[in-house]
Structures are given as C-alpha cells and as structure tokens.
Design a protein around this ligand. Sequence first.
Ligand code: CA
Length: 296
Amino acid sequence: MADENVLEAVAVVRAVLGEGAIWNAPLQRLHWIDIDGQSVFTYDPATGENRAIDVGRMVGTVVPRARGGLMLAVHEGFASLDLESGRMELLPPPPGHDPALVRFNDGKCDPSGRFWAGTMALTKGPRPLGRLYRLDADGAMQVMLRDVGTSNGLAWSLDRRTLYFIDTALRRVDAFDYDDATGAIASRRTVISIPADMGRPDGSTIDAEGMLWVAMYEGWAVTQWNPRTGGLLQTIRLPVARVTSCAFGGPELDTLYLTSARHYLSAEQLAAQPLAGCLFRVKPGARGVPAFAYQG
Ligand code: CA
C-alpha cells in the first residue's frame, strides 16, 4: 500500500480539546477548534500552515458561511467570525440558554443551510441540561430537543430525509425523520448502539455511500457504521484515546481528518499518548460529501 494510506499526525498543535473538524471546499482548508483552548484553527494542507484565531471563550463548533467567513457556536450562543480580521460577533442569546449552567458543543449545517448546534452541562449533574438548537438563515432560533446529555455527531442522510444525532451519554446514534423544506424533525429512533468497550460516540460524518463515521472518545479509534443495519463496517485505530471528531477533506474528499483531546489525561497517560490533542489524517478508502454552509 502507498504511504499516504498510513495514518499521520498533520498539525503539530496539541489541542486541549481538539474538535469540530470540517472541510471548507471553496478555500480547500480544514477548520477545527480547541474548545478549552478557545481557538479556531484553519489548516492549509498545501502549505502545512495551521492558523489560530483566539476567540476568548469556549468554542463548541465551527461551520463555513456561504457569504464568506465562518459561523461558530461558542459558550454563550451563536456567533459569526471574520477570517481576515479574526473579529467575532455574538448573535442574540438563544432562547432558554443559560451560560452559567451549559455551553455550546458540536454542531453542523443542514442541507438547506440552517445551523444546528447543541449544548451540554458545564458540570455533571443528575439531570441532562443540554438542548439542540437550530439557527435559521433569517436569524430565528428554535429549540429542537430538550433533556440532552452531551449533544454531538450531527449528520444528514444523502436523500436529505434523515437526521442522525448522537447524545454521547446514551452511547448510541439516533435518527429522526427530517423535513428539508421546514427543518422539522420527528420520530426519534435508535439506529446504532455502541458497545461499552468501544468507548463513547462523539463527532460524526457521512460518506458518499451513506455510511456513518463516528469518532470514538476513549475508544482509540474512528469507526464506520451502516445506519440502515446498525452494523459496524470498519475500525481505524489511532495512537490517542480521545478521538473527538472526523471530516472528509482534500480535493477528492478522500482524506479523513480526525481531531483528538488531551484534557483530563494524567502525566502517565500523556506519556503513553504523546500525540493526544493532534489533528490526524488517513485515507480510509471512502469519500465524503461536501459540508453544508450557513446560508444566513
Ligand atoms: Ca464533540
């Protein structure tokens, strides 16, 4: 096999909580974030440069914006980010969002360019405090789900009729009927159950065959699943335990980028996984589909 199929660490930044990998096709660059490091990264595979923008607060996800620049979900809510100036602008507070209790986490845009992002509690408690929000192109915000543990892993089926969603705490991938005309979701059901010994499901992406790729937090791997059967298709091992997100990138969308975390690792654990927090890439023998941009 060619060397390019081997998994490699590509950016020498060690994020505390690397996350949010997404390919920006118009720029041919990969955006990713460090939630705890309060940074938005733009990695250019052509030059190897990994530009960092300090946004001064926890940032849970990043998506491209159709008119240029990026959209973020940060601790307090949704925000826009100008890539040239690095200037961030917060949108009005999402309904019912209390930054004293929860922060924004993973998110993605749907095929019609609405921006979905979910929240999670800042500290563990008896009740799930997270929600899933939807930011429409006109700026309206809707609460789509309540009582979420850790909102993660959003992906839409290729026919635009199903939303896949991961509440990491539940160790499963759920599906909803999704109406692309209205952005409504209904009929929640579980399509993939993750065995406890595989770690916890975190970020996800869909490939050109409609198969789901799921980053396995504490699972030392990224996994490929068939959401129609619930079956595991492939496991790619990483040299780090906390694999957090995945996204296809490159001119052919055949390179899978992966983020990882080093938070909460002991000195001993860090010594055993010195690449924890790095961005990785591998050519897994599958291709992705273009990421959707925010249309507002
Ligand atoms: Ca995540």
